[in-house]
Design a protein around this ligand. Structure first.
Ligand code: ASP
Ligand code: MG
Length: 416
């Protein structure tokens, strides 16, 4: 018989475990996942599993669709892509059975994930995870297909690339889970991309605000929307590796008693391009007209810089995702005459480096040190933007990796 103390200590937690594509990449990985789920249960926890499609399966399906037809109706594309996660969920459920854990798989629709009708990037409107609760109550491990839901029009939808994270966080919030664990092929969130900075170190704790800034400026570990969701619902996240199973990075509410790092991380992003509308009249209504046109076309603008006017004229530069560059250029050329602009130029050879840290708010001199570091190395800054806990600079693309390394050193982040 177990000692009483041990029984009392075994307080039951509800854990949502999300496994990304590499974590379920082949049969051996799937068995390793099943084993870890079994061990988590043996430790006295309830587990809900959320899976991504195996490896690069989603990409392969997209290429297949490209091959088959030049136009891909979003409804059919969603139907196609959700197949990837259905394969994973069934296989993981089988592997759990073989490991002696009773489980059942559920599609997003069966799990009660209700979305809007915006195919390929649907938003979750409501969670009705009754079947998941029932499965838990009857002692099963529910295995849910990530990245998918069912729309208010009863069509199958997907939540946008990387959307399995959103599924996991939404389920964790709806089920009031104690933690949402995100298993991936890296051991956590790092002070910089370890492929760029060899001396990058794993962060043990990051605040939601910092993580959001990192996700928005090139941090590739977590999808921005899932972090927003987790913050809004107060779901603690734990990003960790399914290859080493060691503890990773916790993403939690900022703790006011904690001493904050001035700068926690340096991120880089080469996914954006710059548009400059030159020689526009420096008067009210010009920027409004320009950005209204861009918004009407669904183009998301990130950084914006307007130069000081000279002779009544000014330049406006902004960045957009590279994938939106063509549309943004066209849009600007379309309104060029109407707003009296002299020219429109585009530049896809830029990159952005950002420093993020919750302690920046109360520490002067961070901006100066960033600019000094770049200038010491002869790196020209083309655009600047800031939030209360982030500073970003746009540079020539080929300078970005060096800039990340210099800043990582300058802010004392290099691992010993
Ligand atoms: N399988 C989907 C994708 O590759 C969703 C995900 O992995 O989160 O985007
Ligand atoms: Mg993913």
């Amino acid at each position: 018989m177990r000692p009483v103390a041990q029984l009392i200590l075994r307080t039951m937690a509800l854990i949502v475990q999300k496994y990304g594509g590499t974590s379920v990449g082949d049969a051996e990985r799937i068995r390793a996942v099943a084993d870890h789920v079994a061990r988590t249960r043996e430790a006295g926890n309830d587990v809900v599993v959320v899976v991504s499609a195996m490896g690069k399966f989603t990409d392969d399906l997209i290429h297949l669709a490209d091959d088959v037809s030049p136009n891909r109706p979003p409804r059919e594309l969603d139907m196609l892509l959700t197949a990837g996660e259905r394969i994973s969920m069934a296989l993981v459920s089988m592997a759990l059975g073989a490991r002696g854990v009773e489980s059942a798989s559920f599609t997003g629709s069966q799990a009660g994930i209700i979305t809007d009708t915006d195919h390929t990037r649907a938003k979750i409107l409501e969670m009705r995870p009754d079947r998941i609760r029932e499965a838990l109550d009857s002692g099963l491990v529910p295995v849910v297909a990530g990245f998918q839901g069912v729309s208010t029009e009863r069509d199958i939808t997907t939540l946008g690339r990387g959307g399995s994270d959103v599924t996991a966080v939404a389920l964790a919030a709806a089920l009031k889970a104690d933690v949402c664990e995100i298993y991936t092929d890296v051991t956590g969130v790092f002070s910089a991309d370890p492929r760029v900075v060899a001396k990058a170190k794993r962060l043990s704790k990051v605040s939601f605000d910092e993580m959001m800034e990192m996700a928005a400026t090139g941090g590739r570990v977590l999808m921005l929307r899932s972090v927003e969701f987790a913050r809004r619902h107060g779901v603690p996240l734990h990003v960790r590796s399914s290859f080493t199973w060691e503890p990773g990075t916790w993403i939690v509410e900022e703790d006011p008693t904690m001493e904050e790092a001035v700068v926690s991380a340096v991120t880089d992003d080469k996914s954006e391009a710059k548009v400059t509308v030159g020689g526009v009249p420096d008067k009210p209504g010009i920027a409004a007209k320009l950005f209204r046109e861009l918004a009407n076309r669904g183009i998301n603008v990130d950084m914006i810089v307007q130069n000081t006017g000279a002779n009544g004229l000014t330049d406006i530069s902004f960045t957009v995702a590279k994938t939106d560059l063509e549309a943004a250029g066209e849009c600007c050329n379309h309104v060029k005459d109407e707003i009296g602009a002299a020219n429109v130029t585009t530049d896809d050879n830029i990159g952005r480096v950002s420093i993020v840290g919750a302690g920046m708010k109360s520490n002067p001199g961070v901006t100066a040190l960033m600019f000094e570091t770049l200038s010491e190395h002869g790196i020209n800054i083309e655009m600047i933007s800031t939030s209360s806990i982030r500073i970003s600079c746009v540079l020539r693309a080929e300078k970005v990796s060096d800039a990340v390394r210099y800043l990582h050193t300058a802010f004392g982040l290099d691992a010993a």
